[in-house]
Ligand binder design. Structure first.
Ligand code: MLC
Ligand code: AMP
Length: 522
């Protein structure tokens, strides 16, 4: 039996890191609100009590599709606190996508935006969900109304290390999305390693202030950024939506910024980004997609700061990072090298293998495989899929292709998984092609990723009509827009006579990528 002293609940660890002065400001929002640590303590207690009053089964999922707000963060923390499993959903997902996630995860509780209650509740009740609440981004909705009737005292649930804390859906090259199951210890171990590796400053050292600019339904904003600040008891400057001017203005009061490369590209376009504007900042961190060397260099020239790039994924949280300070494991190297994702984090073992399962030597390119306390527990209700993604000796196959150089730096050179990363969001060509292929008059389609000055990479669809059918690319795009999240919509669609194929008849996507690579040249 787990005792209180061995409670592995992630919230318990985050709560223990709150500063002694609970009346200090924990979060300051872009619309002028402030929340103290005491506010977070009380509000998470009330929502946790509400969830526990619903008599949910152990391991019950709480699925959430709401706009970014501090109350949405409170809901996440309260779900951990009550011992249930948090299931965040991108706000861009539309009904077919939500229907799949809810049908697959069978959440006991669904929380949605008030404006979506009509269609989301219909889907949820059909899937057997008992409770559907609403939560607006302006502190409205039935969740808070109901929570207001509950006590603001709550004893954190006791969780074992392997108990699930969250399920993050991530698409596969083939088939439907898979729910990556992350435990309390997966996330806590990662948060503690990053706190140390990125040199988060204690209050005695002057403390840190994080600008939180990312959505809170993916690893980067929900875990890396949020846990990073909370496990250090650091104040958060909260942006409901990223705005480069606001972010730059707030740097005078902040010390840490985390973003996907697109955020850095957008800030570089602002004349207000100067050495003076960033003089208070300690650390800029980038990840979720490749940071172009030119962005890395331009940032250095403009601000005098070297961006620290790191690499991770939904299944693993963070895996590698460029050093913040001298890394004794790698001969005291402290250089943040552009174009690399740095060293495996302490506790993470990383190797590169070829297709035959041979571990490759330094500098050779192959599939990146990883092991460590942060690696997930498997895909929700997909034991075969889980088994396929692990090697016999327990390494997780990331699907990323890369190499490790003689100094120990890891570089990602590509992906074996057919995936487009657009502005930090993943787009799986197979999913979009499936939708296009189902349209009347379509014979076949291919979606490829091409360079884009803002989003890094975007999808371009190439479509072939059935004999005698006539297709309009605008219609294809409009049709997709009515069914899919906006970031998945191809930025261009071409209707062509044929697709390039190899001798086996397989579509040669590399030739299409080459053909359309200049489409969005800046
Ligand atoms: C928005 N659009 C996108 C897009 N975001 N298209 C492609 N890719 C994207 N990422 C669409 C909009 O729907 C709109 O289409 C048009 O592009 C212009 O939109 P915008 O107003 O410029 O977009 P904006 O709302 O400002 O959003 C851009 C963004 C956002 C970069 C701020 O995409 C974002 O927050 N990205 C971060 C994603 C993230 O957090 N990833 C972490 C994953 S975790 P239209 O047709 O309506 O005009 C992970 C693991 C790890 O990967 O290692 O961290
Ligand atoms: P997700 O499944 O959304 O968590 O996306 C994870 C994927 O994002 C990884 O498998 C990588 O392909 C990619 N990724 C994350 N960080 C980086 C990075 N710094 N450079 C290149 N790719 C990255």
């Amino acid at each position: 039996m787990t005792t209180q002293s061995s409670n592995h609940n992630l919230f318990a660890a985050l709560r223990a890191a709150f500063p002694a002065d609970l009346n200090a400001v924990a979060v300051e929002t872009d619309n002028g609100l402030t929340y103290t640590w005491h506010d977070l303590e009380r509000s998470t207690a009330m929502v946790a009590n509400l969830l526990q009053s619903l008599d949910l089964a152990p391991g019950a999922r709480v699925a959430v599709q709401v706009e970014k707000s501090v109350e949405a963060m409170v809901l996440y923390l309260a779900t951990l606190r009550a011992g249930y499993v948090f299931l965040p959903l991108n706000t861009a997902y539309q009904s077919a996508e939500i229907e799949y996630f809810i049908g697959n995860a069978e959440p006991a509780v669904v929380v949605c935006s008030p404006s979506n209650f009509g269609w989301v509740s219909k889907i949820a009740f059909k899937a057997g969900t008992n409770s559907v609440f609403t939560l607006g981004d302006d502190r409205t909705g039935s969740l808070l109304d109901r929570a207001a009737h509950h006590s603001d005292q709550h004893t954190c649930a006791t969780s074992s290390a392997d108990d699930l804390a969250a399920i993050l859906y991530t698409s596969g090259t083939t088939g439907r999305s898979k729910g990556a199951m992350l435990s309390h210890s997966n996330m806590l171990s990662n948060a503690l390693v990053l706190k140390d590796y990125w040199g988060w400053r204690t209050a005695e050292q002057g403390g840190d202030v994080l600008i939180h600019a990312l959505p809170i339904f993916h690893v980067h904003g929900l875990f890396v950024a949020l846990h990073g600040a909370l496990i250090n008891g650091s104040k958060i400057i909260w942006m409901a939506k990223f705005d480069p001017k606001f972010a730059i203005a707030k740097m005078a009061e902040a010390t840490v910024f985390m973003g996907v490369p697109t955020l850095y590209v957008r800030m570089l376009a602002e004349p207000g980004l100067t050495q003076e504007a960033v003089r208070h900042m300690r650390l800029f961190i980038a990840g979720s997609a490749p940071l172009l060397l030119e962005t890395f260099t331009e940032w250095q020239t403009r601000t005098g700061h070297t961006i620290l790039e790191r690499y991770g994924m939904s299944e693993t949280a963070m895996l590698t990072s460029n050093p913040y300070a001298a890394d004794a494991r790698y001969g005291g190297q402290s250089e943040r090298r552009g174009g690399t994702v740095g060293f495996p984090l302490p506790g993470v073992t990383l190797r590169v293998q070829d297709d035959e399962g041979q571990v490759l030597a330094t500098g050779e390119i192959g599939g990146i495989q990883v092991k460590g306390p942060n690696i997930f527990k498997g895909y929700w209700r997909m034991p075969e899929k889980t088994a396929e993604e692990f090697t016999a000796d327990g390494f997780f196959k990331t699907g990323d292709v890369g190499k490790v150089d003689e100094r120990g730096y890891v570089t990602i050179v590509g992906r074996s998984k057919d995936l487009i990363i657009s502005g930090g969001y993943n787009v799986y060509p197979a999913e979009i092609e499936g939708y296009i292929n189902d349209m009347p008059g379509v014979n076949e389609s291919a979606l490829v990723g091409v360079p884009h000055p803002d989003f890094g990479e975007v999808g371009v669809a190439v479509v072939i009509a059935k004999p005698g059918a006539s297709l309009a690319s605008e219609q294809i795009i409009a049709d997709l827009k009515s069914k899919l999240a906006n970031f998945k919509i191809p930025k261009h669609c071409f209707v062509v006579a044929e697709l390039p194929r190899n001798t086996m008849g397989k579509v040669q996507k590399n030739l299409l990528r080459e053909q359309y690579k200049g489409l969005f040249k800046a």
